[in-house]
Ligand binder design. Structure first.
Ligand code: UDP
Ligand code: MN
Length: 570
């Protein structure tokens, strides 16, 4: 009996030991797993590499031209440097030559409205500033870091976290770390080198996981912060932890690195287009237009924002299945509003950002990550309104490439988020919905199978309202509406009569006049301000339609796919 007991005890002990070992192994493996994308940020230096790095840096520092770009003034190089700069602009969408010659800690003028100085802030929260980058120019990254250090009171700055999204650029693998260890030793700067490229959404998530500050501020790696930029952000979050904030984003010119502002008091907020792109929009409410306190914004541009760290996680951080670049900003914007937060622009906080004409990097397989990510958010957040996005991207609607959405849909349920209709009605009521509350919409054809067409007009341009053979399937270039206000429009573009005769697509102004049309039951589209009718007479395929003297001709008869008979004029 006793023997049995002893043996049993031994078996017990062995079992427990085995269990413990397994547990330990599981912990180690899972730790390794969560770290598998992370390399240690520790730079191991021997004498040799120290010498090489030091020489490289001193050479580099010697070439910096003192005071170049001070105040944010436009800067120019001469001779061969100027030529090389032009070339770089074409390759990298940025004058890298100029950036390398400009001091890393240049002093910018204060771009704020002067009245901002009246506000006294005294926030208690500390921030982690997270900067992610993939193959950005080292001098541009360092200027971003320097501006944060110089413009943020040290008691408000917990740390700066750099996430290198597996850059292949040589300087970013060693020299940058060396610069931080030697030139910025007194500041709390962490650098995480990812082993594999994760794309900007997951790179930001890795930064957020490492952060310890009360507030996360994300910045692109080509930004410059200005005076008092952080105080109004932290104070507002202290007041309301569900407020997610964007500063005014000023333009740092890619060619001469000038810090340019759009005046000191007018600014825009974020909107979106049904094609799933971020747009800048005017503030609607008159009182808000010149406010210096935070103003509501329906969406955010994405690269620069501040959010309470716990709130970031509570509200669903990011959709981790989003790859590459794009879409995450609208996903976060809709989610924040629909799930109980707010998005605001803070007019007294200003940060410059280099807007590049194109992305200097590409993605593996040239995947349209922006489209795929937007399809994900459309399915999860836009309810029935997703139809309007998928009209632009029919190929993505039922495409397995979009991936599994279970977790994000569960999140929406768990957080008891409101509908997209609520968002449109309450946050973005001016957003035009092309197939709701309209007189007519769809393709607009003549008896001769010719259709109104935007002729692929770019979003930021003015161009003729065109005529083109009707496409057999609905194509967005041929989708028009007549709004309740009598606009013949395509999203934010309205048809307007110029010189009594030409019809142009131009931004909707909402004041009727030359943008006001009456759609009659007989098919004529009449513009009372010039007393003329929309006509396709004599217009060739690909030409612009005209406003002509009204007469009884088939060239002046237009048929929309869908009409609301009761709203039409007799
Ligand atoms: N980025 C990244 N991984 C990528 C692509 C971009 O870390 O695969 C970084 C990039 O270096 C930048 C930020 O993400 O700091 C935002 O990208 P970008 O500035 O090109 O976007 P944009 O401002 O044009 O929207
Ligand atoms: Mn950017």
């Amino acid at each position: 009996m006793l023997m049995k007991c002893v043996r049993l005890k031994r078996i017990h002990a062995r079992l427990i030991l085995a269990l413990l070992v397994t547990l330990l192994l599981i912990i180690i493996v899972s730790k390794l797993k969560t770290n598998e994308n992370l390399e240690s940020g520790q730079l191991v230096l021997d004498n040799n590499s120290t010498q090489i790095f030091e020489k490289k840096l001193t050479d580099y520092e010697r070439r910096i031209i003192p005071n170049l770009g001070d105040n944010g003034d436009p800067s120019f190089l001469e001779g061969n440097d100027a030529k090389e700069g032009e070339k770089a602009l074409k390759t990298f969408a940025l004058n890298t030559v100029l950036s390398d010659r400009m001091p890393l800690n240049r002093k910018l003028r204060d771009p704020r409205n002067k009245k901002c100085k009246r506000f006294k802030y005294n926030p208690k929260l500390k921030t982690s500033v997270i900067v992610i980058f993939y193959n950005e120019l080292m001098s541009v990254i360092l200027r971003t870091i320097w501006s944060v250090i110089l413009q943020t009171p040290s008691h408000l700055l917990k740390e700066i976290i750099l996430v290198d999204d597996a850059s292949t650029e040589e300087n970013l693998n060693g020299l940058l770390d060396y610069y931080i260890e030697t030139r910025l030793r007194n500041y709390n700067i962490k650098i995480i080198h990812l082993k594999h490229r994760l794309g900007l959404i997951r790179a930001r998530l890795q930064g957020a996981r490492a952060a310890q500050g009360d507030v996360l501020i994300f910045l692109d790696a080509h930004c410059e912060a200005t005076e008092d930029w952080v105080e109004p952000l932290l104070s507002r979050i202290e007041e309301d932890r569900t407020a997610v904030l964007v500063p005014i984003i000023d333009v740092i010119e890619a060619n001469n690195l000038a810090y340019s502002t759009n005046g000191d008091s007018s600014f825009q907020v974020g909107g979106f287009s049904w094609s799933g792109h971020f747009t800048w929009i005017d503030i609607q409410n008159e009182e808000d237009k010149h406010k210096l306190t935070p103003v509501k914004s329906p969406t955010m541009a994405g690269g620069l924002f501040a959010i309470d760290r716990n709130f970031f996680w509570d509200i669903g951080s990011y959709d981790e299945q989003m790859d590459g670049w794009g879409g995450e900003n609208l996903e976060m914007s809709f989610r924040i509003w629909q799930c109980g937060g707010r998005l605001e622009t803070v007019p007294c906080s200003r940060v410059g950002h280099i807007f590049r004409d194109f992305h200097p990097y590409s993605f593996p397989d040239n995947k349209d990550t922006h489209g795929i990510n937007t399809a994900r958010l459309a399915h999860v957040w836009m309810d029935d309104y997703k139809r309007l996005f998928f009209m632009h991207q029919p190929g993505l609607e039922n495409n397995p490439i979009v991936g599994d959405l279970t977790h994000r849909k569960q999140l929406r349920q768990k957080l008891r988020c409101k509908s997209f209709k609520w968002y449109l009605d309450n946050v973005y009521p001016e957003k035009f919905v092309p197939d709701e509350n309209v007189v007519a919409h769809g393709q607009v054809r003549t008896e001769f199978e010719m259709c109104l067409d935007d002729l692929q007009l770019a979003d930021d341009k003015v161009g003729p309202l065109g005529l083109y053979q009707c496409h057999p399937h609905m194509a967005m270039s041929q989708y028009f509406s007549i709004s309740e206000k009598g606009e013949l429009r395509k999203e934010n573009f309205c048809s307007e009569v110029f010189n009594e005769h030409d019809v142009q697509l131009t931004e909707c102004h909402g004041h009727k006049r030359e943008q006001y049309w009456v759609y009659h039951k007989n098919g004529t589209i009449f513009n009372p301000s010039v007393n003329r009718c929309l006509s396709s007479e004599g217009v060739e395929n690909g030409g612009g339609v005209k406003a002509d003297i009204c007469k009884d001709t088939l060239y002046q008869r237009w048929k929309f796919d869908k009409v609301n008979e009761t709203a039409m004029a007799v």
